[in-house]
Ligand binder design. Structure first.
Ligand code: GDP
Ligand code: MN
Length: 353
């Protein structure tokens, strides 16, 4: 039965009677994790949090990706963490290697210089392949072909509140393209020429850019001087729930290809977080992006904890609202709220009674 609301009136009456409105509509969503075999136990920990707080009720599949084959141990010990389907995929070599136009000698010099300057992951080659993969290729993996939405998960992250609703369904019902929990400032040493490269793209591909003069443009989230410079704000992509349609779109793919040609994934250390975030800010509208305020989340030392007292009770959160990064210097959540002209209350999905 076609349950599409807009076509409902076209259905014969008998079919309408057969519909069971209480049965939740499935969304084509899955957890997508790029992970190494060595991160097995941190991975199991992330799974435990998500299964306990959310997925035991929904059973969304888990998709694991790796540029090396997963070990039997990894497969067996992650599979037992969930009753949902689990899938294990290999990243093709073309997506995790140097393109022909990259000068590898120069790339190595750049890494050595960034390492000497003490830039986090500045000397790491694998980190750069990872950021490039997460920027431009993960959505091409055949295991993701049937998905409409992905929820990115990393090993070692924590979820501190019950998630009593289906975020995938929220994405679908509200026609959202991108969802985040934490927004913060990027280390400027990792992206010296990312903005200028972006501006060149915007000028040469105006058909993909949402006009920044429109009142619902998200452009001011990433620039405070009307496009002269990048303010370093980005959505932290270790958590993201986003639409596959967005990352697969011709505009997004043209943007990635333009960046990739310039070489900054290797000569600098462009992260997938600023890349996703700048693309969203250039191509989407304010209402396409959702702050998952009510999802308590921690990655490394950065944490988002809901701060509304009634919500903390309703969500059975264990996090300390005082530790939430949202109010602290370096957070860009305040800027997101300002730019979108919204408050915390606009983002609470499951309203407690
Ligand atoms: P950080 O969050 O920026 O500190 O970087 P992480 O080390 O957490 O890496 C980001 C994500 O990519 C995590 O899900 C990692 O498991 C994954 N990752 C990082 N490097 C590699 C790698 O070389 N191979 C694979 N398969 N996954 C990686
Ligand atoms: Mn991480």
């Amino acid at each position: 039965i076609d349950t599409d609301e807009s076509k409902r009136h076209l259905l014969p009456k008998a079919d309408m009677l057969k519909q069971t409105p209480t049965q939740p509509e499935r969304v084509k969503g899955a957890f997508v994790v790029l992970v190494r075999n060595s991160e097995l136990y941190a991975m199991k920990s992330s799974m435990q949090y998500l299964e306990d707080r959310f997925n035991h009720k929904y059973n969304y599949p888990w998709i694991f990706l790796n540029e090396e084959p997963f070990t039997d141990e990894f497969i067996q010990l992650t599979r037992i963490m969930t009753s949902a389907p689990t899938h294990y995929g290999l990243v093709p070599n073309e997506h995790w290697s140097y393109p022909t136009w990259i000068n590898q000698t120069y790339a190595e010099e750049c890494r050595m210089k960034m390492a000497a300057d003490g830039v986090v992951y500045g000397g790491s080659e694998s980190y750069r392949h990872m950021c490039r993969y997460q920027s431009g290729f993960f959505f091409l993996h055949p295991l993701l072909d049937d998905l409409d939405y992905y929820w990115r998960v990393e090993p070692g992250v924590k979820f501190s509140c019950d998630i009593d609703y289906d975020p995938f369904k929220v994405m679908k019902d509200r026609d959202l393209k991108y969802g985040f929990t934490l927004a913060l400032e990027e280390l400027s040493a990792t992206v010296p020429t990312l903005w200028q490269t972006t501006v060149e793209f915007a000028k040469s591909h105006p058909q993909y850019i949402y006009p920044r003069t429109r009142p619902d443009s998200l452009f001011p989230f990433v620039t405070q001087d009307n496009g002269l410079s990048y303010n370093m704000c980005h959505f932290w992509s270790n958590f993201e729930i986003a639409s596959m349609e967005f990352v697969r779109s011709p505009g997004y793919r043209a943007y990635f290809n333009h960046l990739d040609k310039q070489g900054g994934f290797f000569y600098e250390r462009w992260g997938d977080a600023p890349v996703h975030s700048i693309a969203a800010s250039l191509m989407l509208r304010r209402n396409d992006v959702h702050w998952f305020y009510d999802i308590g989340y921690k990655h490394d030392d950065f944490e988002h904890c809901p701060t509304e007292p009634h919500w903390l009770t309703y969500g059975k959160c264990y996090c300390d609202p005082g530790a939430s990064f949202d109010q602290k210097p370096g957070s860009c959540t305040g800027r997101f709220l300002e730019v979108t002209n919204k408050t915390v209350h606009d983002f609470i999905v499951a309203q407690p009674d």
